[in-house]
Design a protein around this ligand. Structure first.
Ligand code: FRU
Length: 450
């Protein structure tokens, strides 16, 4: 099976959200939404990959697929916990009430219903899709407590004697909300509370809630956010919250921010890494498949693992140390020379941009204007030509130190050590960089690949 470096990408055909991301029995497991038949979204399976270091990924094929009446049209997103040495995977189970006659992989006009289910595995490698699945939360038909269609993406964690679950949902498809459930054993669940907010758009997807140094951080992907100055209607956001675990009461403590100031990052999921850090990984949406000779067309790639930290009330997304240490071999010279000398992607650039200075990374432009970092990817992108092409971060303060990871279809720029991150999908990048670059680093495999 294929191996990926740095960015896990679709092993052919289509992937979207990261699922069941966990460090389990000495290895990282990352599952993902997977449509194995074509490079478009369709009946969801969970693909599976493993890694020793979050950088080298080995694909293991399909782990979960529809087998039950309740999940016959899709094993949607969810998460993983370890219990008594076993791996418990939680997911949303989708059943269409009306299929599209011309494409059985989609429902007619959102005519589907969703329950929550789980599957247990003894070792994280074997999944009996017939025997070991179990429905845990039936379709929620009471509109006060949820929504029969749009209630999904269970994120489960353990805190003290309880397991907790958050679900993304909606109130009447007008206001996004988070539902809270609780369990003694990870199997029997009771509804506890909910939190509604205009900031959750009309439907909230992929909620996640965790504590860092005593502060609670909420991450979610609201759909159809009105106003707010963001470029796309669906965007991953994060914010500090006041949270009381005994009653599962959550209140947003501030205006939520974007997790990433580019246009493509969506559906992030976090968990604890080997060393106890909170690490986040997310799907980068792509408008079209990549077609390369000798490879199946593929659509969908994950961002770099990012460490989430809170400092002075601000949420940082930093380069994960495992990714950092793969780029310590410095090339003395400029990027064009580096590329001519056989230097391959991915590579890494470090520089500080002053107001008015511009960097042109093979057709992808970065510059500082009015104290914000801006990017224009229009020359290296063939997506929605109608949409806005320039992204910007909030004001970065009196400096703008950039740490840029350049891969064939993804550029990720960490500003001021993760104060903000701006990432973009790109196609057909040129081999040159114009502008002042202080350091160029080549990729070096610093661990044996899996
Ligand atoms: C987010 C999402 C989830 C859902 C999954 C389906 O991208 O829409 O809410 O579970 O993708 O593939």
């Amino acid at each position: 099976m294929r191996k990926d470096i740095l960015h896990l990408r679709a092993p052919g055909n289509w992937i979207n959200d990261p699922n069941g991301f966990i460090y389990y029995k000495g290895r990282y497991h990352l599952f993902y939404q997977y449509f194995p038949y074509a490079p478009v979204w369709g009946t969801m399976h969970w693909g599976h990959a493993v890694s020793d270091d979050l950088v080298h990924w080995e694909h293991l094929g399909i782990a979960l697929f529809p087998t039950k009446a309740y999940d016959q049209n899709g094993v949607f997103s969810g998460s993983a916990v370890e219990k008594d040495g076993r791996l418990y995977l939680y997911y949303s189970a989708v059943r269409y009430l009306e299929v599209d006659d011309e494409n059985i992989h989609v429902a007619c006009e959102n005519h589907f219903e969703t329950s929550q289910a789980m599957i247990m595995s003894e070792d994280g490698y074997h999944f009996d899709n017939w025997k070991d699945k179990r429905k845990i939360i039936p379709v929620i038909r009471d509109r006060e407590n949820g929504d029969a269609t749009h209630t999904r993406d269970p994120k489960v964690w353990k805190d003290g004697e309880y397991y907790y679950m958050v679900l993304g949902s909606t109130y009447e498809e007008q206001t996004g909300r988070v539902l809270f459930f609780r369990s003694h054993d990870g199997t029997e669940w009771e509804y506890v509370n909910q939190c509604r907010s205009e900031q959750f758009g009309r439907i909230l997807e992929c909620p996640d809630l965790f504590a860092i140094d005593g502060r609670h951080v909420f991450v979610g992907s609201p759909m159809y956010v009105e106003g707010g100055g963001i470029q796309y209607p669906h965007h991953a956001k994060c914010g500090l919250v006041d949270y009381d675990a005994s009653s599962c009461t959550m209140r947003l403590a501030e205006e939520m921010c974007l997790v990433d100031y580019g246009m493509d990052l969506y559906a992030p999921q976090t968990n604890i890494d080997r060393d106890g850090r909170r690490v986040m990984i997310a799907w980068m949406r792509m408008p079209k498949a990549v077609e390369e000779p000798g490879e199946k067309p593929w659509n969908g790639i994950m961002c770099l693992p990012r460490v989430v930290e809170v400092e002075d009330g601000h949420i940082f997304f930093r380069v994960h140390p495992e990714a950092d240490r793969c780029f310590t071999r410095e090339f003395f010279g400029n990027v064009s020379e580096f590329r001519k000398a056989g230097g391959k992607m991915p590579y890494r650039l470090k520089t500080t941009l002053e107001e008015g200075q511009r960097l042109d990374i093979g057709g992808y432009f970065l510059w500082v204007e009015d104290g914000t970092l801006k990017a224009d990817r229009s020359r290296v992108y063939t997506g929605d030509e109608e949409g806005p092409v320039i992204s910007r971060t909030p004001k970065t303060g009196d400096r703008c130190e950039l740490d840029i990871f350049v891969d064939a279809n993804l550029i990720e720029t960490f500003v001021n050590g993760g104060q903000y991150v701006m990432s973009h999908i790109v196609y057909g990048l040129g081999d040159y960089v114009d502008g002042l670059v202080e350091h160029v680093y080549a990729y070096t495999a610093c661990r044996e690949t899996v």
